[in-house]
Design a protein around this ligand. Structure first.
Ligand SMILES: [Zn+2]
Length: 685
């Protein structure tokens, strides 16, 4: 009986303890069948073409699916087991097929288009019009608006591209696994700290070897290139790592991604042109805040102009240091990370262990909640008795100034078995109101901090604190939304290069003295974070900021120009474009055999194609938004200001994707974004 299946219940919160793997398939099957029937009814000849019928019905059907799927996919991430994994894969596939089917539904597209074409469309409220525009844009980007034979060709390209991107990342993976170096004499690893050695010992143990195994996995590469005194080893690791899946290096030609890059670029260009865009770069910008390629390039070049001289100075200092202190006369690519770390230690001697006693988790949480109360007038209060998936999980009601509950959040902070690593915010329930039913927003906030130990609270590193603030920022974007149409509420539908604004914005408080004073107190003595330590934290934050920025700019420009300047007559010209970019922005020039693009999965196998610039773009937005609070502090002494907070909430957090992010930003800031605050936050002002 369907009503025995908790995944089909319409309760405000999922009944986690009642969910069984065997309920997943029947629930999804029932919901998808009803979903199809619902779409068929709304697209049937003679069905009304009004907002409620066409759009609210879709939102309602989607929410029913989300109510079942959100807890299942969450459990898969945080409380996984074999039985769940077995049903999860097929169910996920069914959902993907269903989403593709919807995106290709020409009748549905026609129904939405009819709504937009109707005489009274302009009289609809703005969020409703935005929802229609978003839907039409997505239909167009899915190729459904094309006529034959273009439509079939577009679909074919989609299939081919998804195959190529899988092959690309598999080649990177295979190349990474194909190389390792077995080390039995610990002296060959002098300089690598115990935590790094433990990782290398584990790799050896996994292969039934004694001693250490240096591999191309991230922690191993990191440990060797940053710490190993053995220059030859550093060079071999760099050589193997920076030539993965290419025509160079120890496995030259074996996993080579060169031909795949050519094919991917050609197909992306063809697909973009089928949709009516001049290049894949313009297609990418259709879902982003940046208005044109010129705007992206101007943004990147402007940053480069300011960051490059700083990077050059930093490099000169590093060379001098390497020469006099480390006796390294030619600073090679495999020396840079190593020499930087030595210089950093000499200048700041900042140790995470020194800071951790000032960041006991319960106090950090309390401080974070206190900060949000001061900024937005909201309060989070733990509620007992909520059905959760693990005893460590806490549920919080979010109340407005009048004490009314308007949202909720599950907070799950400690690492444990069966829980995926990393930190993230996910949607449990979206704000929705169709006139008949009201659903309040609920978030999942997940981290993987080291749990408390005997007699000691969990102590966070400063990075952990920033991570928590970051994810909580995403959470606030979701929880504080006032848009009751889930597809454009909270984080949903927000331009891709602006969606990290609220999260990175919150990180700024983790670097601010006034905010830190809310929670950074020694867990034993209650002493505030000493100013001397805080100043060293700030200085270390800006260490090699110029070098960091020019490297990010190199990646971003390479990615963007590769897509923008693609010419079918000449092919991708991957290495030529990279060389051209390096001439403009880089201060370090790697050896000619380096093949960084061949392992650049972000853009060839991930979602960052012609979008890598978004990292810096969002950082500029968040720094500039935060500077409004700093300006207030300049006048009135406090960065934690309610009126600025209310304005940020009203103009940015509350509106979701109901209007363009640029408009929201300008409404909050009173002007367009400017780079000064970003440069200041990197110590480059
Ligand atoms: Zn984020």
């Amino acid at each position: 009986m369907s009503h025995d299946n908790p995944l089909l219940a319409d309760d405000a919160l999922p009944a986690f303890s009642q969910i069984r793997p065997e309920q997943v398939e029947p629930a999804i099957e029932t919901i998808l069948a009803d979903y199809r029937a619902g779409i068929a009814a709304l697209t049937a000849p003679g069905a009304p073409r009004d907002f409620a019928t066409v759009m609210l019905t879709q939102e309602r059907l989607e929410q029913r699916l989300a109510r079942a799927w959100a807890p299942v996919s969450h459990l898969h991430s945080v409380a996984d087991n074999e039985a769940l994994r077995k049903v999860y894969g097929p169910a996920e596939e069914a959902l993907t097929d269903h989403a593709i089917e919807l995106g290709q539904n020409r009748d549905l597209y026609a129904a939405v288009q009819a709504l937009a074409d109707a005489a009274d469309f302009a009289t609809l409220p703005r969020p409703e019009r935005a929802l229609v525009h978003h839907a039409l844009r997505d239909f167009k980007l899915s190729g459904v608006a094309l006529e034959e034979p273009a439509r079939s060709r577009y679909r074919e390209i989609g299939v081919e591209l998804s195959k190529l991107s899988t092959e690309f990342s598999n080649a990177v993976l295979d190349a990474s696994e194909a190389w390792h170096e077995h080390i039995t004499d610990e002296r060959d690893l002098t300089g690598v700290p115990e935590s790094g050695l433990a990782v290398l010992r584990q790799y050896a143990e996994d292969q039934d070897l004694d001693g250490y195994l240096v591999t191309l996995k991230q922690p191993s590469v990191q440990a060797v290139l940053t710490y190993a005194d053995n220059r030859g080893l550093r060079e071999r690791v760099y050589w193997a790592y920076q030539t993965r899946a290419s025509d160079q290096g120890p496995n030259a030609g074996k996993f080579d991604n060169s031909a795949r890059i050519e094919k991917i670029m050609a197909l992306r260009h063809e697909a973009a042109q089928l949709l009516g865009f001049p290049t894949a770069a313009e297609e990418s910008l259709a879902t982003k805040m940046a208005g044109s390629p010129a705007e992206v390039l101007e943004f990147l070049h402007d940053l480069a102009k300011r960051a490059k001289p700083v990077a050059q100075r930093e490099l000169a200092t590093l060379r001098e240091f390497a020469h006099t202190e480390l006796k390294l006369d030619n600073l090679e690519s495999w020396d840079v990370g190593y020499a930087s770390e030595k210089l950093r230690q000499q200048q700041y001697a900042l140790d995470e262990e020194q800071l951790k006693p000032y960041f006991p988790l319960p106090a950090v949480i309390e401080g974070l909640f206190g900060l949000t109360t001061q900024l937005y007038g909201i309060a989070l209060a733990a509620r007992d008795g909520v059905d959760v998936w693990h005893p460590d999980v806490r549920y919080y009601d979010v109340r407005d100034a009048a004490g009314r509950v308007f949202a909720g959040a599950y907070v799950d902070l400690y690492a444990r078995n069966g829980k995926r690593g990393g930190a993230w915010m996910d949607v449990c329930r979206a704000r929705f109101d169709d006139g008949a039913n009201r659903q309040l927003p609920v978030a999942f906030l997940t981290c993987n901090f080291a749990p408390p130990t005997e007699g000691k609270p969990a102590l966070l590193t400063h990075d952990d604190v920033l991570t928590l603030f970051h994810e909580f920022g995403h959470g606030l974007h979701h929880l504080l939304t006032e848009i009751a149409l889930p597809s454009i509420g909270g984080i949903d539908g927000v331009e891709w290069d602006a969606v990290e604004l609220p999260s990175q914005f919150m990180e700024n408080f983790g670097w601010n003295r006034q905010a830190l004073d809310l929670f950074a107190k020694h867990y034993q003595t209650g002493e505030k974070l000493p100013d001397e330590l805080f100043q060293r934290m700030l200085a270390a934050r800006h260490f090699h900021a110029g070098l960091f920025l020019v490297r990010q700019l190199e990646f971003a420009l390479f990615d963007f120009l590769l897509h923008l300047e693609y010419d079918p007559a000449q092919g991708a010209r991957t290495l030529a474009v990279l060389e051209q970019v390096r001439k403009q922005v880089a201060v370090l020039h790697p050896p000619a055999w380096q093949r960084f693009p061949h392992g650049f999965s972000h853009i060839f196998a991930g979602g960052y194609a012609a979008g890598y610039y978004s990292y810096l773009w969002a950082e500029l937005l968040s720094a500039d938004a935060f500077s409004a609070f700093e300006e207030h502090a300049g006048k009135n002494g406090s960065v934690i200001d309610r009126s600025t907070g209310e304005r940020f909430r009203r103009e940015f957090l509350a509106v979701g994707a109901s209007r363009p992010a640029l408009e929201s930003f300008v409404a909050f800031r009173g002007r367009k974004p400017q780079p000064e605050a970003l440069l200041r936050s990197h110590g480059l002002a």
